[in-house]
Design a protein around this ligand. Structure first.
Ligand SMILES: [Zn+2]
Length: 218
């Protein structure tokens, strides 16, 4: 039945590349190249936490991030899971870690009807064997970051996250890896590190699917 329906569904919802929208079964070859670059390591100048990231940010990469974040497109999700897994394996590949997703604010979670970072972490953990622990919360309204410069972003985010104590003991038993979709100025990850630090946790590292790649040191 599925086999019979599939061509019909393709007529109603033609398959397209989530990066550039050309008709394609999944991501097209050109867009896929951006996700096959070797992961890059950044060092956050706060506790020297290293961030491993895969794709350099550009329009085609942005489209994939948005397609998954806003619409939950399956093909886009597959690319992000693969990228995060690749980054994950560059950090302590032989030990079980705890993946801690960077939280979205409640308003966004309600609007989307889902928590996309949690979904991505869960999918990565199935393949990596890690645990997932959602211990960070957004504790106040944070302005949209997109029009802010680096300094404004940092100020906008200071004190924005809380580390909840429920299940905290689980995060103390294995190294913590922070997970986010995009690394821009590093302000979000720095705030997450600050919030974890208040509970005595220092992450082993962080991974993001994409990075704006402005400089190697963040
Ligand atoms: Zn494409």
């Amino acid at each position: 039945m599925k086999k019979f329906l599939s061509p019909l569904l393709d007529l109603v919802y033609p398959k397209k590349c989530p990066g550039c929208q050309i008709p394609s079964q999944g991501i097209c070859e050109d867009c896929n190249r951006f996700w096959q670059e070797p992961p890059i390591a950044y060092i956050l100048n706060q506790n020297n936490v290293s961030v491993i990231s895969v794709a350099q940010y550009r329009n085609e990469v942005r489209s994939v991030l948005l397609a998954y974040k806003e619409n939950g497109e399956r093909e886009a999700g597959k690319i992000l899971i693969e990228a995060l897994l690749k980054a994950r394996l560059q950090i302590a590949s032989d030990s079980v870690c705890t993946l801690v997703p960077i939280p979205s604010n409640l308003k966004s979670i309600r609007r989307r009807g889902r928590d996309f970072m949690m979904e991505l972490c869960t999918q990565v953990s199935i393949q990596s064997g890690d645990k997932v622990l959602s211990i960070l919360r957004v504790n106040r309204n944070v302005k949209d970051q997109s029009n802010l410069d680096e300094k404004q972003r940092s100020q906008n985010l200071v004190g924005a996250f809380d580390c909840v104590s429920k299940n905290l003991h689980l995060a103390q038993s294995s190294p913590v890896i922070l997970v986010d979709d995009l690394l821009t100025t590093g302000a979000t990850l720095r705030e997450a590190i600050r919030a974890l630090g208040q509970r005595g946790l220092l992450p082993l590292g962080a991974i993001t699917a994409a990075h704006t790649g402005l400089s190697r040191r963040k």
